[in-house]
Design a protein. Structure first.
Lengths: 71, 179
């Protein structure tokens, strides 16, 4: 069972307790949402990189040369 | 000279790890709060983040705007925002695929935590820089907002994509007085 550490700032006491079912479900939902977001970002970045490479190829210049043009 | 920077409490994770570090009963005797975090998650990824809640507030009361530096390409970066979230976030935490025994370091500043207005926060985080895989975010700035008016009395720091903060992860909570 996942646990959490609780620090009582008024006494300095620390205790370790099990997460509730609700807390576990919330963290799992958050994890799934983050993973979906990460995968979407990966797909977007890969598509962008592919389009960039295709454009550079079409122009017949390297990435460094493109940067030089834009500097 | 007045003591304006006081350690309120700290916690270092023991063997087996934990899914969350909670600071409860935060005293109302300071002006600002500052968290200093050194965390590593167990997710099979280079990086991770922290889910943050104030006063166990679980509604869609948080928003964030962030900038991240990406280590996979020189000069590459990411930015974005989240609104109506059920957590505030802080980046950049080391994940299980980071170099062994490295930890992501985050400083989170919460000004005027007792005020009766919305609570902004600012976090700055950096993780190890040896990885080269995609999404290897290594440095991050995040402006957060908790749109509630209650004074902050507790802070919950739970795992993002991981299931555990691993052993030796640590969190230090400081109170800062303006005089």
């Amino acid at each position: 069972m996942p646990t959490k550490v609780i620090v009582d700032c008024s006494t300095g006491e620390t205790s370790i307790v099990e997460l509730t079912a609700e807390e576990i479900a919330e963290l799992e939902a958050s994890r799934i949402a983050a993973e979906d977001q990460r995968q979407a970002a990966e797909v977007e970045a890969a598509a962008k990189a592919e389009a960039k490479a295709a454009l550079l190829d079409k122009l017949g210049i390297t990435e460094d040369e493109a940067k030089l043009l834009l500097s | 000279m007045a003591t304006t920077y006081t350690l309120i409490a700290s916690s270092t994770v023991g063997s087996g790890g934990v899914s969350s570090i909670d600071f409860n009963s935060i005293p109302s005797t300071y002006t600002d709060l500052k968290l200093v975090l050194s965390l590593r998650g167990n997710v099979a990824s280079i990086d991770d983040y922290v889910n943050i809640r104030f006063n166990t507030s679980s509604g869609a009361n948080y928003s964030n705007r962030y900038l991240q530096g990406d280590g996979s390409n020189s000069g590459a970066a990411a930015s974005g925002s989240f609104t109506s979230q059920t957590y505030n976030y802080a980046f950049q935490i080391s994940g299980g695929n980071s170099t062994a025994s490295t930890f992501g370091n985050v400083e989170l500043y919460i000004p005027n935590y007792l005020s009766s207005t919305n609570k902004p926060s600012l976090s700055f985080g950096a993780a190890e820089t040896n990885g080269t895989v995609f999404n290897n975010r290594q440095i991050a700035l995040n402006a957060g907002l908790w749109n509630q008016t209650a004074a902050i009395t507790s802070i919950n720091l739970s795992v993002g994509s991981s299931t555990l903060w691993v052993q030796y992860s640590s969190a230090y909570l400081y109170g800062i007085s303006n005089a």
